[in-house]
Design a protein around this ligand. Structure first.
Ligand code: NAD
Length: 471
């Protein structure tokens, strides 16, 4: 994007005004604006995508602002139901922006396909023979997707492992007995490394593995069982880094220096304790998943890859690292597998995903992965800053109060009033929201009587400010 993503007051605009700003910055057409306003995936399109379709399940789409990555501005589309995530990412991106923004890098988009071979008489000899015929096998794999090969992608390498151990398949050993002990036996596991260019690549790699399987059986004399991509995409890592001047981190009554120290202390627990690491990484994935969903990625693949990578050394740990550099800046880094695409899958089928990809404005899958890594790091910073100081509930509950108001049956004009009252009373509970809805309904004057949950235009009215303020 040529213009700045620093958009002060963006959150205060009406929903329609926000769409107009984003449309202007991202060059959206009138049709694309209509898609954002609810005319996205049709039931007929959905019916082509999966089985047994009975409807459409929608999510809010927000835009995180302020992102400066490798000197370039980005608007970040995020589809998520959880309050605070978009605000947290935007806020952290502003702190990072003051220190020069995020820097990112990534590996080539190489995925791993696995071919499992059992019943091999001599696994080590089979491994030797497979490696001897590597170039022929790679050529065969390349022929399965000439388009990707013509774009500079395709089969890159082939590695072979012998997995000596396999679990017992005998019921008696499961219950502690030793008689009749049987296992699957040693296995030969072929890894096909395939550069998928701008595709996530699962279909492409699965096709290549299936094509190689008969040849692998011929060479090994064994029997192929699985031919499938691995979601531990550790050849396709994306990285993000940020350095934040401590003075911008302050949060009353904490100085920036104290906040920086406490963030490093909080990180230290995530680095050493899986109970904390799981939640720490969940915070990172709040940002990454939201971009993944918005842009039509296979977010289950992204999730699986991230958590498997976090456990790669045998103990589950933090995906990010936080420390203080020689100049006293707080420095964060994040590295994780990000198998994402800008072609294939839902990214080019789902109308809203297509618009989201246009908004983020990336040219390659690698660029998208790097943007997502930066968003994950921003989300991590926002969560750590809140957790290590005032706790997340204060900010979170303000937004949660609006959801409670809606759940309690608030009409469009009541939502802000009731949410504000719940926060002021520090009684952010559904039963209190219901009481207030009842009380306001009896006052009634000037308020819409249409509950927001049953309004077909519900989401577009959430941005409206209350017209009454006297209760
Ligand atoms: P795909 O098959 O829809 O698209 C990839 C194809 O796009 C390539 O084969 C290529 O021919 C073409 N293409 C055009 N321009 C390209 C470019 N610039 N770069 C690369 N390819 C280009 O999708 P895919 O990415 O192979 O597979 C993703 C889908 O597979 C997702 O929907 C995912 O949910 C699904 N899937 C995932 C798993 C898993 O993760 N375990 C398993 C099976 C299927």
């Amino acid at each position: 994007m040529n213009k700045s993503s620093r958009l002060p007051g963006f959150y205060k605009l009406s929903l329609e005004a926000r769409v107009a700003v984003v449309a202007e910055l991202a060059g959206l057409t009138a049709d694309e604006k209509t898609i954002l306003m609810g005319e996205g995936l049709s039931p007929a399109q959905a019916n082509q995508m999966i089985e047994n379709v009975v409807g459409i399940h929608a999510l809010p789409l927000g835009i995180a602002v302020n992102f400066l990555i490798n000197g370039q501005d980005y608007l970040i589309p995020m589809a998520i139901e959880e309050p605070s995530v978009v605000a947290g990412a935007s806020f952290a991106a502003r702190l990072v922006r003051d220190g020069g923004g995020f820097t990112t890098s990534s590996d080539e988009p190489v995925m791993i396909g696995q071919i499992q071979v059992v019943d091999v008489a001599d696994p080590w000899a089979a491994r030797f023979e497979l490696l001897a015929q590597k170039s022929r096998l790679l050529q065969l794999a390349d022929q399965t997707d000439p388009l990707i090969a013509s774009l500079g992608g395709g089969a890159r390498d082939l590695t072979v492992r012998v997995v000596e151990d396999s679990p017992s398949t005998s019921p008696s050993s499961c219950s502690g007995g030793t008689s009749g002990h049987r296992t699957v036996g040693p296995m030969v596991v072929v890894h096909l490394l395939f550069d998928c260019r701008d595709a996530m690549g699962a279909n492409t790699v699965n096709t290549a593995c299936e094509a190689l399987a008969p040849e692998v059986e011929n060479i090994t004399g064994g029997r192929v069982v699985l031919r499938i991509i691995s979601n531990l995409a550790d050849r396709r890592l994306a990285r993000a880094k940020c350095a934040i001047q401590t003075d911008v981190l302050g949060l009353e009554p904490f100085t920036g220096q104290t906040v920086s120290t406490r963030i490093v202390e909080a990180y230290a627990l995530a680095a050493n304790d899986p109970y904390r690491a799981a939640t720490h990484n969940k915070g990172i994935m709040n940002g990454i998943d939201a971009v993944a969903v918005a842009t039509g990625q296979d977010w289950r693949a992204v999730e699986a890859g991230a958590h498997a990578y976090a456990a790669r050394r045998g103990r589950y740990t933090s995906l990010s690292h936080w420390s203080v550099d020689a100049d006293g800046n707080l420095v964060g880094t994040l590295e994780l597998p990000l198998a994402v695409g800008i072609v294939g899958g839902a990214s080019r089928v789902h109308p809203t995903a297509k618009v989201a990809l246009k908004i983020v404005g990336v040219k390659t899958a690698q660029e998208l992965a790097e943007v997502m890594a930066a968003v994950g790091l921003a989300q991590n910073l926002a969560a750590l800053r809140a957790l290590a100081t005032e706790g997340i509930q204060r900010g979170h509950m303000k937004l949660h109060a609006r959801q409670l108001a809606i759940a309690a049956g608030a009409t469009a004009n009541m939502v802000e009033l009731i949410a504000g009252r719940l926060v002021a009373e520090q009684e952010i509970r559904l039963d209190r929201a219901q009481e207030l809805v009842q009380k306001l309904s009896t006052l009634g004057e000037g308020l819409s009587t249409e509950p927001i949950l049953s309004s077909s235009k519900g989401p577009s009215r959430l941005g409206q400010r209350p017209s009454a303020n006297d209760f």
